[in-house]
Design a protein. Structure first.
Length: 206
């Protein structure tokens, strides 16, 4: 199986020895789904924090870079519970991305509807009402949907994350390696991705 890094470079067109400005990849999803663990694995620079407005609590992003791949990364939390300004600011942090990685928590499918809602806003904008201004992502960029089968071990055990795609190959459930999971588990993961209905949004996703 090709390494995660090679697959990422192929999908998003990043050269191995970049000479120009680095493409920006947005890593988005609900809180505590493994986005930061993924960034730690992908970035070869210290992770930094960026706050666009100090007056808006928790409106922030985590930033990293991989010089070998030639990518800049931004990690942003999505949530339907935040105030309008918080939601809009967080959306603006990844709206200019050249590609998106959408991280889904396999064990929390209830969040899929909220995630789907934010992805819809990211493509179509807010229209009228509470979110009348919602930054939209670039049209035609590639999207990668990553189903995380277990976020918790990845936070403290970076050695558990191999250079493989999908990341679930190293995750564990109840002490059992993900390689031993049944076809039913894989089918359920596919159903979760299908619930996002990315085709209806016109997203170029894999």
């Amino acid at each position: 199986m090709p390494s995660f890094f090679t697959r990422l470079r192929t999908l998003f067109g990043g050269p191995s020895t970049p000479t120009g400005p680095f493409p920006k990849i947005g890593i988005i999803g609900e809180d505590s789904v493994g986005k930061l663990a993924l960034l730690r694995h992908l970035s070869d620079t210290p992770i930094s924090q960026y706050t666009p407005d100090i007056n808006v609590r928790n409106a922030e992003a985590r930033l990293g870079t991989n010089h070998q791949l030639g990518f800049d990364y931004v990690v942003v939390n999505l949530s339907a519970n935040g105030p309008r300004r918080w939601v809009e600011l967080n959306a603006s942090l990844y709206a200019d991305s050249d590609a998106l990685v959408v991280v889904v928590d396999f064990f929390n499918p209830a969040e899929l509807d909220t995630l789907r809602y934010h992805l819809m806003l990211s493509v179509r904008g807010g229209g009228r009402g509470k979110l009348d201004f919602y930054p939209t992502v670039k049209k035609g960029i590639p999207w990668l949907v990553l189903v995380n089968f277990k976020a918790e071990p990845l936070v403290g055990l970076d050695s558990c994350i191999p250079e493989t795609f999908p990341r679930a190959k190293c995750a564990h459930q109840g002490g059992q390696p993900a390689d031993s999971w049944s076809q039913q588990n894989k089918d359920e993961a596919k159903e979760q991705v299908d619930r996002l209905k990315l085709d209806e949004l016109g997203a170029d996703w894999v």
